[in-house]
Design a protein around this ligand. Sequence first.
Ligand SMILES: Cc1ncc(COP(=O)(O)O)c(C=O)c1O
Length: 428
Amino acid sequence: MVKDSSSPASLWFPYAQMRGMEAPHEVVRAEGTRLHLRDGRVLVDAIASWWSVIHGYNHPELNAALRSQLEEFAHVMLGGLVHAPAQRLADRLVALAPPGLGHVFFADSGSVGMEVAMKMAVQFWKNRGVSGKHAFLSLRHAYHGDTTGVMSLGDPVDGMHRLFSGYLARQHFVPPPEGMGAGRGAVRRSVDEALALLATALANYGPSIAAMACEPLMQAAGGFNFYPPAYLAEARRLCDRHEILLVCDEVATGFGRTGTLFACEQAGITPDIMVLGKGLSAGYLGLSATLATDRVFDAFLGEAHDKAFMHGPTFMGNALACSVGLASIDLFVREGYLTKIGRIEDILRQELLGLRSPKIRETRVLGACGVVEVHDRRALEGISEFAADRGVWLRPFDRVVYTMPAYVIDEASLRRICRTMRAWFERG
Ligand SMILES: Cc1ncc(COP(=O)(O)O)c(C=O)c1O
């Protein structure tokens, strides 16, 4: 369904009402932070392809890594075979991750990486002879992916998967701190209040819970609620006290998005299981990594085959994806990306935190993520086209318009994204 084409809807688009859907822009080239459209327009990309393209598009060094691996082989299975890109990436991730996460299980998307985490948590307790721990505790506003297991961790009331409620496993939910973003909104639930609710839920349901899952510090696709590290630090302590594993979903936050390499570093904690995706392969190919501590890994060791972890996607540890992941990490470290991210955060704060309009409920910034939340989602209808006409690619969802750009974005382009948002609200 390309613009200027009369082709039928053979291509079914995500999260889209296909009846009457506006034909999407056709991208013919993408370079750095720019999307080149068929109609000749060039847009600054504020979204980085759902936050994954952290080095920008068509990066020569990443392209070279892929080409070089392609000369050897694209993919071989990890069942009974191994290859250097997968082994080297696992070693690299273990070296970078919070201390104690010594083991890496690869899969091919963030959703599946989180499915792996859930299965690992359930089987961990089973292998240790603890029965009845099958449920999960999750946070309101959570989003952990689109597959069946992880949909059950998404917000059951406001989340995009609420219509599947009868089909999904029933989990326990607690509200996180809210309105605590570094913006100008009012505190709606403090850290102490949220922790009291968490402690009560764990005391009530702890024996049936395998793990608590959370997006550390920044809940992304569930509405961009930010919360302070103190909540996560205390959640870690409470999970230990109640014998519950802690799963940190760093699919969105990992690789610098909140200002540190991994968000859980800011709370000074090591989760039992941590999931990476998106920026892991710099938006080039599907790849996720589920990291586990020695304690989790050791529970799968033994004589019995059914103690082994029962998962193995065909494309796990794909050699092309791992090669681009290694090149991406090299770039990230060598080019001092955390400094770049700090600079992006400063600019986002300057540009967005002062935005005023009766339509705006709150503005907030964390790391390389800037968010404007409106009272009524209708206030954002038309903003994508408005921005495209001004050379910017924005895609709002629900009551939020945001930017999570590639970290290579230059200052002028970033200010242009923010000023396009401002222009939208200033036009009355
Ligand atoms: C926190 C989080 N977890 C999991 C996912 C799912 O990742 P994927 O789309 O690669 O399956 C996303 C995607 O937006 C996410 O933001």
